[in-house]
Design a protein around this ligand. Structure first.
Ligand code: NAP
Length: 328
């Protein structure tokens, strides 16, 4: 069962081996609950909650929920564990694309590209003005990276050439983090210090109960005056009401957002603010990354159903469940 829609190459890969039922971008929940019954595999994405209701609707045939994304906060891992459903994601394939968009948004907010474009398009540009739409440079600025995983590390690599001071915060100490710290000249600090010192704060944590509203009113009050917030992680990592206040009072200079608490963010006050750069959750999406994403997500389906080792398994315990051997 493909909950929404796959690129054609993905449909071919699965269609050679399996009977496919493919939803469409607007497939409604009731329809999905009806059509998923009896599926061996479910291909979901961040817009599809994979919870007890959906797992029960699929029934005991379901062996894998393959998420068409790196983040899997839409999937209830506990419920999958109880039923022996393997969950996979697609690490690495979106790293560079997402990091490049984070840097694009950072520069767009710094140089007020959205505002500037709107002025030109509306015919409001009265001519060159040495005092108009002044931005700020990354060179010499302090950039704080929250979450030095795959994407956070790639962002640090990409912005090296602008010459900022780079800070990061991390929950644990892993060898990759220490290596990145040394190789890229990063300074590790606590979150409060990071936001107090950074001109740009860019978010790269996964969404969990711990990181939901990590950036809330209290933390925003600690940000350096005039800082810019960039979010390409998940919308719910930021308390959007608190963000709107900070942007309205000028405590924050700007925000650049690819992700929102509710997507699409219809009616959100963020859409009315001039100092916000917006993109519609496209950070990971390039022609190359989506080709790799498709290949990886669907190869995991083929491998799990064949009982082979698969890439991107986030709950390896489920592989030992009787359901995976058809003994349930
Ligand atoms: P990753 O390699 O797992 O990195 C996440 C990092 O966040 C880890 O290093 C983790 O470190 C750190 N972290 C978790 N909680 C933290 C906390 N409270 N404070 C500080 N650091 C914390 O994942 P990734 O591949 O870089 O992807 C990150 C997220 O980006 C994904 O989960 C997804 O939500 C989002 N994403 C968005 C798009 C898009 O299109 N907008 C595309 C791809 C990914 P520890 O485990 O050591 O704590």
């Amino acid at each position: 069962m493909i909950a929404r829609r796959l690129p054609a190459a993905g449909r071919d890969l699965l269609g050679e081996r399996f009977e496919l039922d493919e939803g469409e971008l607007g497939l409604d929940r009731e329809e999905l609950l009806r059509r998923v019954r009896g599926a061996a595999a479910l291909v979901a994405d961040p817009t599809v909650p994979v919870d007890a209701e959906l797992l029960d609707a699929a029934g005991p045939t379901l062996r894998i929920a393959a998420n068409f994304a790196v983040g899997y906060d839409n999937i209830d891992l506990d419920e999958c564990r109880k039923r022996g459903v393997v969950v996979t994601n697609t690490p690495d394939v979106l790293t560079n694309a997402t990091a490049e968009l984070a840097v694009t948004l950072m520069l767009a907010a710094a140089r007020r590209v959205g505002e500037a474009e709107r002025v030109v398009r509306a015919g409001r540009w009265a001519g060159w003005d040495p005092a108009g739409l002044l931005g700020r440079e990354l060179s010499g600025a302090t950039v704080g990276i929250v979450g030095l995983g795959r994407i956070g590390t790639r962002v640090a690599e990409l912005i090296q050439c602008f010459g900022p001071e780079l800070l990061y915060t991390s929950r644990t100490t892993r060898s990759e983090t220490i290596w990145a710290e040394w190789r890229l000249g990063l300074e590790r600090v606590g979150l409060d210090e990071l936001v107090a010192r950074s001109d740009f704060v860019t978010l790269h944590v996964q969404l969990t109960l711990e990181t939901r509203h990590l950036v809330d009113e209290e933390l925003l009050a600690r940000f350096k005056a005039g800082a810019v917030l960039v979010n390409t992680s998940r919308g719910e990592v930021v308390d959007e009401d608190a963000l709107v206040s900070a942007l309205t009072t000028g405590a924050l200079r700007a925000a650049a957002l690819d992700v929102f608490a509710r997507e699409p963010p219809v009616g959100s006050p963020l859409l009315e603010l001039p100092n916000v750069v917006l993109s519609p959750h496209i950070a990971g999406m390039t022609a190359d990354s989506v080709r790799e994403l498709t290949r990886q997500a669907l190869t995991s389906v083929v491998d799990v159903l064949a009982g082979r080792a698969a890439v991107g398994v986030v709950n390896p315990d489920a592989l030992a469940h009787p359901r995976q051997r058809g003994q349930e």
